[in-house]
Design a protein around this ligand. Structure first.
Ligand SMILES: Cc1cc2nc3c(=O)[nH]c(=O)nc-3n(C[C@H](O)[C@H](O)[C@H](O)COP(=O)(O)O)c2cc1C
Length: 308
């Protein structure tokens, strides 16, 4: 199995470089392969040119993509898993990596008539100066995950994992205190990169849509559910079709059955709520949940949601 690592940090004198090295050592020790694009070392040109902009914005397959972009395409299509390793800069990836997406996610490769292979997994190993609580309390971590998984990697990878190494700024005493533990964690992530691809079931950052519903239901194939999971607690935000905005909150049991309450505002401006029991099934290579729901007024129905 082969991993393609997209590494982006301007200095070797950094936690992120050490973390990347530990991760690579883990891959080597697992007997698997990797290739790497070290974007600063390669001096990767991250500014999209006018010619590239006009090609992508007009959905054109001509002119041919530049050779440095083509080389990245080939690395992706020859790999099983893609890994992004970078520090957070102003609640984003460094500009060079953002520019990598501008150019490498070109028309005819990453969108349109795609030639990009669907990868088994995308893993993000990310260092942050701020502590986790601060990133979570302000919704910053969630925003970064949404941009990476809900946009850039959406529909392009089968599984995703976001690994955060927080409190790693130089003035934070946790940086030194947690240094060895963090590097060990990075090593383990590399070592288990392929073996744990069938890891513990989780609904974190997984997206679903309804593929069938009773007449009395309100969600449809225009409704998108963005699920999250922490321990046995699951929640999702949903919208689209006749739902303007909805939320659900509940639990998941050891057999991955869900029980949750939901509430949404529909396009008639009504506030609707109910409860639902939901059972998972893998069908046609996709995860589906078979749902039995009941509105608060007592009316019942069934629906099926399928992972996007
Ligand atoms: C320009 C710049 C912007 C940064 N912005 C953030 C940020 O928005 N959030 C955060 O948690 N850390 C931020 N940091 C801290 C980096 O993520 C930091 O580099 C990280 O703690 C890893 O340390 P390392 O550079 O030694 O690898 C920033 C650092 C720099 C240099």
């Amino acid at each position: 199995m082969k991993a393609f690592i997209v590494y982006c940090h301007p200095s070797d004198d950094s936690f992120t470089k050490n973390m990347c090295d530990s991760f690579i050592k883990g891959i080597n020790d697992s007997g698997n392969e990797y290739i790497i694009s070290d974007l600063y070392r390669m001096d990767f040109k991250s500014d999209i040119t006018e010619q590239e902009y006009l090609r992508d914005a007009n959905y054109l397959t001509t002119p041919d993509v530049a050779t440095d972009v083509l080389a990245e395409h080939e690395k992706i299509n020859s790999s099983d898993v893609i890994v992004f390793i970078y520090p957070i800069f102003w609640t984003e990836a460094p500009a060079k990596l953002v520019g990598w997406f501008d150019r490498v996610w070109s028309y005819g490769f990453a969108y349109g008539e795609k030639t990009m292979k669907e990868l088994d997994k995308a893993v993000i190993l990310c260092s942050a100066g701020n502590p986790l609580e601060r990133l979570e309390n302000f919704g910053l971590l969630d925003s970064m995950k949404k941009v990476m998984f809900g946009d850039r990697l959406f529909g392009r990878v089968k599984n995703t994992e976001f690994v955060l190494f927080d409190s790693t700024s130089r003035e934070n005493i946790s940086r030194e205190a947690n240094w060895d533990l963090n590097l060990k964690n990075a090593y383990e992530k590399g070592k288990n990169l392929f073996s744990d691809s069938k890891k513990e079931f989780s609904l974190e950052d997984r997206y679903f849509t309804a593929i069938s519903n009773s007449d009395t239901g309100e969600v449809s194939d225009e409704t998108i559910f963005a699920y999250h999971q922490k321990g046995n607690v699951i929640w999702a935000e949903y919208s689209g079709g006749s739902v303007i905005k909805g939320f659900l909150l509940g639990t998941i049991d050891e057999n991955n059955n869900l029980r949750f309450d939901y509430r949404h505002i529909n396009t008639d401006g009504e506030s609707k709520s109910g409860s639902c029991n939901s059972q998972p099934r893998f069908e046609n290579g996709k995860l589906r949940f078979y749902e039995k729901w009941k509105w608060t007024d007592g009316c019942e129905g069934t629906s099926v949601i399928e992972e996007l």
